[in-house]
Design a protein. Structure first.
Length: 516
């Protein structure tokens, strides 16, 4: 007899998954919908989607689950959702969308015409972060709308994340958690609240507090499923929607990374490394840690924005043959490409990749780079160099965060699409020189989201008890220390030199191409 079942939805960039999860972390049924068009671009670099695209897909997936597993639907005691971050909507006074959703992938830029005060300019220049400050202002969607769609902004009553909007559509209540406010909004991540009016960086995205949603703790009941939502989705009317957290926050929880000796690696479209800590610290200079899903913890995070997206780029540009073969055989192109990883030695015969196909917060001038080509190199070398390059970037971040926090990582838990490859897991273990662990399911974000409900409703007394019962290590990969020694030499003597050597050229390229 189940102690309970949670209905969880994981809304991602490429697909949505709905699943029933029991108190042992078992997925009893799951339905996935891969988006035919994940986003559209009205102009180069834009990434938008229709306002109710994610809501409609959630309802459709839910109806399939309700039809296929009516007993599970009737036994569910709560609903949770976890969504992609930094994906925003403008709502009018009646809380209806005023324009299309802008996704986190969007690269449009505001004009950056707003002048900083003399004091703030002095502070930012003295700290050496003026380039980063200007980049953050330009990349904030709210500023772009103010510049280019002032008529939309003038009608905007609420400026919200996708998760907030879905909460409202499901329950009629416009509330959300601190962990879902990761993005270009004026949020005080240390104190889990909106910034004060005089906050130092409030000027980057100066949205009035009355245009922002109410913040609640993870585990709070947002509201109950409305009659209209029940009719559209098949979810029982009155079922409680419990606030959980963002996709990355739930993924870190679902991997059981809640102690200071563990790190979580996420090999998704964006590759990330997360630490979890009760003590707030900046993972990089002037970059915040984010509120973790457990309300007393923080997630320190560093991103490689075009992480495992780079494998999609490689497939499109260099792997037509494997894509066609995969289609014929009914397998993924990645599974065919991964078989070739073992044909290439550690270090890729000297091919080193710097994975900044999109710049980051602290390196706004960065670009991607590949060095070390010779006549022995093949497509397989380039494919492995991408994986190694992403790992070098994540290793760099891990060492920096260990130094800033005093934490010592002894084991790594891994999630995201790339974690499904044993070859990639083994390469990662050897590069980091640490055990790399996979848990019983790839649906890590959904699992983490459901765990919140089991704790909130008292099925488990706390997160430690829930994790002990719901998360199990399925595979452990141990490092080849001979390879690790080579990787560390390449990391210290080559990789760590690349950015500093090339940064002046990156700046010159940026100036010559007039992409200021």
């Amino acid at each position: 007899m189940n102690k309970g079942i949670v209905l969880t939805f994981d809304i991602g960039t490429q697909s949505i998954r709905g699943m029933f999860i029991d108190e042992k972390g078992n997925i009893l049924d799951i339905e996935q919908k891969i988006y035919e068009v994940p986003y559209f671009s009205k102009n180069p670099g834009w990434a938008e989607q229709k306002p109710d695209f994610y809501f409609d897909n959630l309802c459709n997936v839910s109806k399939i689950l309700a039809s296929r597993s009516p007993k599970l639907m009737s036994e569910a005691f709560a609903v949770t959702i976890t969504t992609l971050r930094d994906t925003v909507l403008c709502l009018d006074k009646d809380l209806n969308p005023l324009r299309d959703i802008v996704l986190w992938l969007d690269k449009r830029e505001a004009k950056h015409t707003k002048r900083l005060s003399a004091i703030k300019s002095l502070v930012f220049n003295a700290a050496g972060v003026m380039d980063t400050i200007e980049m953050q202002h330009r990349q904030s969607v709210c500023n772009w709308i103010m510049d280019y769609e002032p008529e939309i902004w003038s009608k905007t009553s609420k400026y919200v994340m996708l998760s907030t909007y879905l909460n409202y559509k499901m329950t009629g209540v416009l509330k959300d958690t601190a962990t879902n406010q990761v993005g270009h909004v004026p949020f005080d991540y240390k104190n889990r609240r909106w910034m004060k009016e005089n906050g130092l960086t409030r000027c980057l995205y100066d949205i009035p507090n009355d245009m922002l949603c109410e913040i609640v703790d993870s585990g709070t009941v947002i509201g109950k499923i409305t009659p209209e939502m029940s009719k559209l989705s098949g979810i029982p009317e009155g079922l409680e929607l419990i606030a959980s957290g963002s996709d990355k926050g739930c993924e870190t929880l679902g991997l059981s990374v809640t102690t200071k000796n563990k790190a979580a690696l996420s090999f998704g479209t964006t590759a990330t490394i997360h630490f979890t800590t009760p003590d707030y610290f900046e993972p990089m200079k002037y970059a915040p840690a984010y509120p973790a899903v457990p309300n007393n913890l923080y997630n320190a995070e560093v991103q490689i924005y075009r992480g495992y997206w780079m494998l999609s780029w490689f497939k499109k540009e260099f792997a037509t043959k494997e894509c066609e073969q995969a289609k014929r055989e009914g397998v993924s192109a990645e599974s065919l490409l991964n078989k070739h990883l073992c044909e290439v030695p550690a270090g890729c015969d000297g091919l080193i990749l710097q994975p900044y196909w999109s710049p980051g917060i602290v390196n706004p001038n960065a670009k991607g780079a590949i060095i070390g080509f010779s006549d022995c190199h093949t497509r397989a070398h380039l494919y492995r160099a991408i994986i190694e390059g992403i790992n070098y970037g994540l290793m760099d971040s891990m060492y920096a965060m260990q130094k800033r926090s005093g934490q010592k990582i002894t084991e790594i838990f891994i999630g995201g699409g790339g974690s499904q490859s044993e070859e990639i897991c083994q390469i990662t273990s050897s590069m980091f020189g640490l055990p790399v662990k996979r848990i019983q399911t790839h649906e890590v974000s959904g699992l983490g989201s459901s765990i919140v409900a089991f704790v909130a409703k008292g099925i488990y007394k706390d997160y430690d008890e829930a994790l002990a019962n719901m998360v199990r290590v399925k595979d452990t990969f141990y490092p080849d220390f001979e390879e690790h020694e080579l990787y560390m030499e390449l990391y210290k003597d080559v990789y760590c030199q690349v950015y500093n050597k090339l940064e002046p050229l990156y700046k010159r390229l940026k100036r010559l191409l007039k992409r200021e």
